[in-house]
Design a protein around this ligand. Structure first.
Ligand code: ADP
Ligand code: MG
Length: 349
């Protein structure tokens, strides 16, 4: 029997349980999970007792919920949606968090010539419908949506802390960066509570604080899955094992969200140059100094492809990437600075 090869990347966390048996008996491992931002957020931390661990994780999840209220593109009352509702009417004052995320998004947009673009909202919505119907978007509708997309039409003023969308009906989408930022901020809250030996997993985008007790770092495996349509165990051996602390890892790819139209496989990541999903199958894993960076870089590399994507990665201090591309001929793997030699910065942001 012949299977179509559909390789994708998945992250397997093999967090250091061995450390439990070593000394420092005062620190115990705790794990908490809550749904936020359409993902399962998970916190793993080492603490002296359950009460303080619970208190810290609650505060961290609360911070994530606050950020979701601000940055959701599903909730029409979110700060992001209220900003978009005022598109074409002048500058709008926004929160520090939203400003920071938009500013970082714009930096990456400039750097990638618009391959990463948070004004992509109208195209993402159109592509979502196309994926549901398994049908390419109507060319006229696509052309109209494309006119509403372009990072140059988002103006930020750091002094007044305002954002302005120049054209009416523009839509923002922070789906490629907000979870990374939320994970960074959640880890910052844990650190404020004195729990720096922790990780925050925002559904695959993971930020690591200090290592577990008596270990060099958090162990993770990057594994290709597949072929997805084959029976039997899907998870194969990790293609790469990493030990990380003070750094973040994120994946972007078409593992779960893709559509096949006319025999071509498209991702849910949209190429702003065509207005259509990026052609797959592929998986991108990025390690960087913060969750915000890793999350957004992984999406940018998905759009740019291996060649330009790796150029981008090498231009960012402490960043590295693993790209796995599948085709009927098999797997192609690209690896640059993976794991990063420079190491991550010890601060969570
Ligand atoms: P995941 O959904 O697994 O977190 P990504 O981090 O790659 O995967 O984010 C994909 C999301 O990013 C899409 O669902 C959409 O909301 C948004 N997006 C899609 N294309 C782009 C793009 N070119 N630039 C910025 N954001 C994008
Ligand atoms: Mg991303």
């Amino acid at each position: 029997m012949r299977f179509r090869r559909r390789w994708v990347v998945s992250l397997v966390l093999l967090t250091g349980t061995a450390a439990l048996h070593l000394s420092q008996p005062t620190l115990k491992r705790f794990e908490f999970a809550e749904p936020h931002m359409g993902a399962r957020f998970r916190i793993v931390l080492y603490a002296g007792d359950r009460n303080s661990a619970t208190r810290a994780s609650k505060a961290a999840f609360q911070r994530v919920a606050q950020l979701d209220d601000s940055m959701s593109d599903y909730d029409s009352k979110s700060e992001l949606m209220r900003l978009a509702a005022r598109a074409g009417t002048g500058p709008v004052r926004i929160s520090e968090d939203l400003f920071r995320v938009l500013a970082q998004s714009q930096r990456l947009a400039r750097k990638t010539g618009g391959a990463f673009d948070v004004t992509i909202g109208p195209l993402v919505r159109l592509w979502r419908t196309a994926r549901r119907r398994k049908q390419m978007p109507d060319p006229e509708t696509l052309a109209r949506a494309r006119e509403l997309v372009g990072y140059e039409m988002l103006r930020l003023d750091p002094k007044a802390r305002t954002a302005e969308l120049l054209m009416p009906r523009m839509q923002l989408d922070l789906g490629a960066i907000a979870k990374g930022y939320a994970a960074d901020e959640a880890l910052a809250v844990l650190i404020q509570h004195g729990m720096a030996r922790a990780l925050v997993d925002a559904g695959g985008d993971v930020v690591f604080g200090l290592p577990p007790p008596r270990s060099d770092g958090w162990k993770i495996g990057i594994a290709p899955l597949g072929p997805l349509d084959s029976p039997g165990p899907r998870r194969s051996q990790p293609v790469s094992n990493l030990i990380l602390s003070g750094a973040a890892v994120a994946t972007s790819g078409d593992a779960e969200q893709f559509v096949e139209i006319d025999g071509k496989r498209y991702s849910h990541v949209v190429d702003p140059r065509t207005g259509l999903g990026v052609l797959g199958p592929s998986g991108v894993t990025v390690v960087a100094s913060s969750g915000t960076l890793a999350d957004s870089l992984a999406t940018a590399v998905s759009v740019l492809g291996p060649e330009q994507g790796m150029e981008l990665i090498l231009s960012v201090k402490g960043a590295g990437a693993l790209i796995i591309q599948g085709s009927d001929d098999g797997l192609r793997t690209f690896e640059r600075n993976f794991p990063p030699q420079a190491g991550g910065s010890p601060s969570p942001r």
